[in-house]
Design a protein around this ligand. Structure first.
Ligand code: HEM
Length: 456
């Protein structure tokens, strides 16, 4: 009796698996064979076998935050168009940028609902000055030792975005620390958004990520409730998104909340990363740092440091910012576009409907066909004057993306990035290896950047 009473529950799965294993094995091998075969529509696009077979490898790379360096290595080996997944390609061919990102190019999926109009963008000066001054004060108060630029720029850009979007609600600069862990949450939220890389990485199945999404929603709902209670104290982004001036045409509150959260996520981290990268690059290249300081001293002299109208005169500083955004764009890879119905021809390859197409920013910015010579070096002068033999293809400068889905906050971001301060690297700080702390998680996650700060 013993074997029959104990084993039936095990027997059936065993028998079932004896039947299903060969079925799944043959299904899997036919999928693999098809993906590698000349019959696959992307057969002619070169790329590593592992990537052609499955997205699993890419997911692992994304998870480790190494997508940008992996894409660079693949393009170095296989050329301007690479098959990076079974139905996914990456393109760094400058002649294809418009066909992918430009008007009439490939659609992006869910996008920003209402474009930020110029009215909304023209009224942020006051908020910028307030947060700029708080940043300077906060750093001064900590200037007895080293300060971590990564953390302070995070506080600054987050407080600024909270003011800009909801008319207030964050006091990281005042406190000088992130008590509620909101920045860490934002990082987790970025990882959640990474789930676009593979369909089956559904949010609900990643422990920790689900929790952080829920917490993020909770924070967002608190901000929304506060803002609704407070009413319009100033013309913040919420005011413009809800058309508070024209009450009859108000959109749905859930839509507005989604846009407001998107603006915070899209604007806070990117600006902070851009600022940290900029300072790392100019501090590592002291000759440029000196020129930036000289320019700021000349343009501002005794003038009020909060006069933002003078920013347009800071030509060299602006060239350094562009060069920093070129070498280290905050979104190192950027999101994919999808080929619509009917398919498209891109860079000499016919791509069927549904193909995911990347234009990896870090890699295209380092393509000698776009920027030459000294492609991988920090050369701000390339933004100031043309020279014989120099290639400077600004259409391939995609730090803010391009075409209809480009960054709505680019003008705002540029204003945010000018600042009057004097820094040097912390004495014990291993500045040369700092870029190795970078991870490509939608925007760049990075380690502390320790500097000694003195106000000017
Ligand atoms: C240096 C700073 C910034 C950089 C490098 C940057 C970069 C980008 C890029 C590359 C995109 C396109 C993403 C894609 O095509 O998948 C984008 C979109 C966007 N950015 Fe920025 N951005 C910055 C600052 C800001 C700021 C300050 C705001 C504030 C409003 C903002 C708001 C947005 C919005 C709303 C989108 C559209 C998102 C969407 O439709 O999905 N960005 N940004």
């Amino acid at each position: 009796m013993y074997p029959y009473t104990l084993y039936p529950s095990l027997q059936w799965p065993l028998i079932a698996s004896l039947h299903t294993v060969p079925f799944y094995a043959s299904l899997l091998s036919s999928i693999v064979l098809y993906r590698l075969s000349p019959l696959h529509p992307l057969a002619k696009v070169p790329g590593p076998r592992l990537h052609k077979i499955s997205k699993l490898w890419s997911v692992w790379i994304c998870w480790k935050g190494r997508q940008h360096t992996e894409f660079k290595a693949m393009h170095d080996k296989y050329g301007p168009v690479v098959r990076t997944g079974p139905n996914e390609i990456s393109v760094i061919d400058p002649t294809a940028v418009n066909a992918i990102l430009g008007a009439g190019g490939l659609p992006k999926g869910k996008s920003w609902n209402r474009a930020l109009n110029t009215d909304a963008l023209d009224e942020y000066d006051e908020i910028l000055v307030k947060n700029g001054l708080q940043l300077v004060e906060g750093m001064q108060a900590n200037s007895h030792g080293e300060v971590d630029l990564t953390a302070w720029f995070n506080y600054f850009s987050f407080d600024f975005m909270a003011d800009f979007v909801f008319g207030g609600g964050s006091d990281l600069l005042q406190k000088g620390r992130d008590e509620k862990g909101i920045l860490e949450l934002l990082d987790h939220h970025m990882i959640t958004r990474l789930s676009h890389t593979v369909v089956f990485l559904s949010r609900n199945r990643i422990p920790g990520v689900t929790e952080s999404t829920l917490k993020m929603r909770k924070f967002a709902s608190e901000w929304v409730q506060n803002r609704l209670k407070m009413g319009a104290q100033m013309k913040d982004l919420w005011y413009h998104l809800t058309n508070e001036a024209e009450k009859e045409t108000q959109p749905l509150i859930t839509e507005v909340a989604a846009d407001a959260l998107l603006a915070i996520v899209a604007g806070a981290d990117t600006t902070s990363v851009a600022l940290t990268n900029f300072f790392w690059l100019i501090l590592s290249n002291p000759e440029h740092y000196k020129l930036v300081q000289q320019e700021i001293d000349t343009v501002y002299g005794e003038a009020d440091a909060t006069d933002l109208s003078k920013h347009s005169e800071l030509k060299y500083t602006s060239a350094c910012l562009n060069e920093a955004l070129r070498l280290l764009p905050p979104g190192l890879t950027g999101g994919p576009r999808q080929v619509p119905k009917g398919g498209r021809s891109i860079s000499g390859h016919f791509l069927p409907e549904g193909t995911q197409v990347y234009v990896p920013l870090y890699v295209i910015h380092r393509n000698p066909q776009c920027f030459f010579p000294n492609t991988n070096d920090f050369v701000p002068s390339r933004w100031l004057k043309s020279e014989e033999g120099r290639i400077h293809d600004t259409k391939s400068f995609l730090a803010f993306s391009a075409g209809p889905a480009n960054c709505v906050g680019r003008k705002l971001a540029r204003q945010e990035m000018f600042m009057k301060f004097e820094f040097s690297f912390g004495r014990e700080f291993d500045w040369e290896h700092w870029p190795e702390t970078m991870r490509d998680f939608m925007t760049t996650s990075r380690g502390p950047l320790k500097v000694i700060a003195r106000s000017k």
